[in-house]
Design a protein around this ligand. Structure first.
Ligand code: UDP
Length: 247
């Protein structure tokens, strides 16, 4: 694998993609055209030498805390949510391999027939070899989300940044889809995100990134080319660090 060119700000990153992104314009499920677009963006930076791993959410299929779960015991519903993330991870793997990118899926719930079990040192080795590692099943425990899984894996992999690919180009003062006067933050501190209760990621994920000193970069993954732009510091996004001046 070539070393990432110096224009990249981060050499090893974890990209969190929520299930919502993968459903494209559909109300539910996996839209393979959208998955292919995300795979293209990932392939592009991986080919340039950026070490990249992915955590995929499952909200497009099942969430533990959803109406669909009815009065099911929370832990059972959460395990179903974790299984949903495995389906998404396999879809992403298929899309990446179709365009010639070597990948490995590692699952926090053992599922030997479809994925490697999560083994930290093995995942590190895959990254060093230029493979894209897709982490499935979050942290492998109920009462958590894939945001926490993303933060945990980013810390374990020693990533330079946790990228959150969403459908908006950063963190706003209010939901820009509902409030046209909402403005985007260029930078934020972990403290501000927690104190203002900005819905970026779960509080536990933010706190883990704060304690590990790993910046969180929120950007829109919907437009082509934005992943590369974000990694080279161009385009629009919000960076969350400890030293950002108070917003
Ligand atoms: N989940 C869990 N533990 C984890 C990760 C996920 O219990 O470590 C379950 C939880 O029910 C969650 C669902 O899997 O609602 C899908 O994940 P998430 O909501 O994070 O997906 P996203 O919102 O990113 O699509």
């Amino acid at each position: 694998m070539p070393d990432a060119p110096s224009e990249f700000r981060y050499k090893r990153v974890l990209l969190k993609v929520s299930g919502e992104v993968l459903m494209g314009d559909q109300p539910y499920g996996i839209d393979m055209k959208t998955v292919a677009k995300v795979a293209e963006a990932v392939a592009r930076v991986a080919r340039e030498g950026v070490e990249i791993c992915l955590v995929i959410g499952g909200g497009n299929i099942f969430r533990g805390l959803s109406k669909a779960a009815g009065d099911m015991e929370r832990a059972t519903a959460d395990y179903m949510g974790m299984l949903a993330t495995v389906m998404n991870a396999l879809a992403m793997q298929a899309a990446l391999e179709k365009i010639g990118v070597q990948t490995r899926v590692q699952s926090a719930l053992t599922m030997n027939a479809v994925a490697e079990p999560y083994v930290r040192r093995r995942a590190l080795r895959h990254l060093e070899k230029g493979r894209v590692v897709i982490f499935a099943a979050g942290v492998g425990a109920p009462f958590f989300t894939t945001d926490s899984g993303a933060a945990l894996r980013a810390a374990e992999m020693g990533c330079d940044a946790l990228l959150k690919g969403t459908s908006v180009d950063g963190v706003y003062t209010a939901d820009p889809k509902k409030d046209p006067s909402a403005t985007r933050y260029d930078t934020l501190s972990y403290h501000d995100v927690l104190a203002k209760d900005l819905k970026v990621m779960d509080a536990s994920a933010i706190a883990l990134m704060r304690d590990s000193g790993i910046p969180i970069v929120v950007f829109s993954i919907r437009e082509p080319g934005t992943l590369r732009k974000t990694l080279t510091g161009k385009g629009t996004f919000t960076v969350i660090t400890s030293d950002a001046k108070s917003a």
